[in-house]
Design a protein around this ligand. Structure first.
Ligand code: IPD
Ligand code: CA
Length: 276
């Protein structure tokens, strides 16, 4: 009961804080100064709005839940105990180029288990929320992944970064194309995972992602009935790991094509008791 109350309070806060960070990002988007960028590394963009959004979220969390840890893309932090995992803008390269395809991504992880997730697209005003064993919603409406079973009608997004050798990226792309999948890349892994959860996309694959880019999105997809990889076993919060999330009708073929395993399905009784 006490624990439920703890998660209730954080879930309510999460929806409010991600919307207010969205106001920060949307306002900056209208001002060209907010999009001036620096490079953190090859193809790794940083704008002052990434920093402003993360600071906004960090300050709000510290005021509301001073004992919780914070781990953000720009400022780092601790992953111990109860931790908020924060990407203040996912798709910064799009944001800096005035392409309106980016989002804010926040997760709450309790002792290594992701419990709460939020992804917000401030330009389309779409707020995705998920709570472990309680489902996922988009602007309050329940979410369900696509019913796709035919690879020849399926679209999979394949994320890319310089953290993985191009040869491995090309092998994954070839594996998917050989199965008949259409392969796309739109530049925001977190938003891509949200789009798997709402059925606009059939799958998302990336050979390495940081936890702030994918932990909230993976919970969203799982809670919307999708198949996901066991990210916390294959990788970890601090160093990241491989990512696969997909509609169940095509997930096994995607997994075989790219060599990333899927989480074993949990017995129905276990899911029911965790939810109850
Ligand atoms: C990146 C985007 C991109 C993904 C990369 C991420 P950022 O995050 O999500 O789509 O392929 O792995 O690093 O830099 O825009 O926050
Ligand atoms: Ca980011």
């Amino acid at each position: 009961m006490q624990r439920e109350n703890k998660l209730d309070r954080r879930f309510e806060f999460l929806a409010a804080v991600i919307r207010s960070a969205g106001d920060v990002v949307r306002t900056a988007c209208a001002e060209s100064a907010g999009k001036a960028f620096a490079m953190k590394g090859p193809q790794d963009f940083l704008t002052e709005t990434d920093l402003a959004s993360e600071e906004h979220i960090r300050t709000a969390i510290a005021a509301a839940f001073p004992d919780d840890s914070f781990f953000g893309e720009e400022g780092g932090g601790s992953v111990d105990g109860d931790v908020w995992i924060v990407d203040p803008i996912d798709g910064t390269a799009n944001f800096a180029r005035r392409i309106n395809h980016f989002c804010i991504s926040i997760g709450f992880v309790e002792k290594g288990v992701p419990q709460l997730a939020a992804i917000f697209n401030p330009m389309s005003d779409e707020l995705y929320l998920a709570r472990r064993n309680a489902g996922a919603t988009l602007n309050g409406k329940p979410l369900k992944v696509a019913a796709t079973t035919d690879a020849a009608a399926a679209s999979v997004e394949l994320g890319w970064s310089t953290r993985v050798p191009n040869s491995r990226y090309m092998a994954a792309m070839t594996g998917l194309l050989d199965q008949g999948f259409n392969v796309r890349r739109c530049g925001s892994g977190a938003l891509a995972l949200a789009h798997v959860a709402d059925g606009r996309s059939d799958g998302y694959v990336e050979l390495h992602m940081n936890s702030w880019d994918c932990v909230p999105g993976l919970l969203l997809v799982a809670e919307a009935g999708g198949a996901v990889c066991p990210f916390m076993e294959l990788g970890d919060l601090r160093s990241g790991g491989p990512v696969l999330a997909a509609a169940p009708g095509v997930s096994a073929r995607i997994s075989a094509a790219v060599g990333i395993p899927l989480e074993a399905e949990r017995p129905v009784a276990e899911v029911a008791s965790a939810a109850g």
